[in-house]
Structure formats: structure tokens, C-alpha cells
Design a protein around this ligand. Sequence first.
Ligand code: HEC
Length: 166
Amino acid sequence: MKVQLRRFFCRGASLAVIAFGILLAGSAAAQDVDQGKRVFSNTAACTRCHGWAGNGAPEGPGYPTGADLRNSKLERADMKEVIQCGRAGSEMPSFARSAWSTLKCFGMTAADVGNMKPVPDGAQIGDAQIEALLDYLYAKVVGKPRATKSDCEEYFGAAAPRCAAL
Ligand code: HEC
């Protein structure tokens, strides 16, 4: 009887540990997505050219039309490289300080890419910020259909005036 009881408690305790672990992992992932949204919207302001929905509609005058990230087919590692390095010969800037120097980009050096080298954006972001940004993009943007009113309200808050027209 005693042995059985002890077993029962041991099993209960390990289940509790596992459940707690899952909870922790879940909230860490949600935090990364939240942090990634801040990088997307504020720190790196990808929204300038890609729009809040990431669909490539620039926000604000003078910004070029970015790619539609909702429709991107890029794998995470390739998307990371585009964010770090920018895209040669286009208006997609580089966001990693070490891009095209200590960080090799697409197997090329700055000399190889010459005057096609993407401009470094005014906002340079570190690896942890880029990872959080990717968490956000793959959770909310990449592979998602056209943004709806409820996507808009999730982004800007319930009853945000600019979502009314959607
Ligand atoms: C100054 C405007 C500008 C800003 C700011 C900008 N982008 Fe871009 N981005 C572009 C343009 C233009 C393209 C299309 C490049 C091309 O012609 O292939 C692009 C392409 C991309 C692509 C390639 C998509 C694909 O499927 O090929 C990704 C990913 C991307 N941008 C992510 C980002 C992220 C994330 C940020 C913020 C860290 C950002 N961009 C900020 C202009 C911008």
C-alpha cells in the first residue's frame, strides 16, 4: 500500500513538472511573438515598406512597395538571410550590422556584390531580435491569406478606426 501510494505521488509530481514545462514553453513562445511584433512595427519598422499586414503596401509617402510577405515561400533560414543582408540590387535594406563583412551574405563578399550591395537600414537589429521577428512573421504573416478586419483589430486593438473599412 505504502509503495503504491509513493508511486502514485511520484507519477503525479512528474506529470505536474511536465505540465509546468509545457506552460513555460508556451508563454515563452507567445512572448517571442509579441517581441517580434514590436521589432516589425517599431524597432525595425518593416511596416514602412511592407505595411502592417506584411502584404507589401507601404505605409507613409516615399517608401517603396515591399514584397508581399504573406505570400512568401521562403524557408525560415533563407528569410533570415534576406533580413540580415537585404536583397542585392533591390530596395530591401540590410538589418544586421555585420552583413557583407564578417557575416557572409549569399556566399558573397562586399567586393563580389559591388554597387548592387543593399543599403544598411538606419535600424540595425541583433540576432535575438531577428529570431523574435521571424517567430512573429511565421506565426501571423507568412502563408496567411489576405488580412481581415479581425487580423487588423488584433494588430491595432479592438475597434481601431482604421480597421472599420476592412
Ligand atoms: C525601405 C523599404 C523596405 C524596408 C524598410 C524593409 N523591406 Fe523587405 N523588401 C523590400 C523590397 C522592395 C523587397 C522586394 C525585393 C525584391 O525585389 O526582391 C523586400 C523583400 C523582402 C523579403 C523577401 C520576400 C520574398 O519572399 O522574397 C523579406 C523576407 C523582407 N523583405 C522582409 C523584411 C523585414 C522583416 C523587414 C524589417 C526588418 C523589411 N523587409 C524591411 C523593401 C523593404
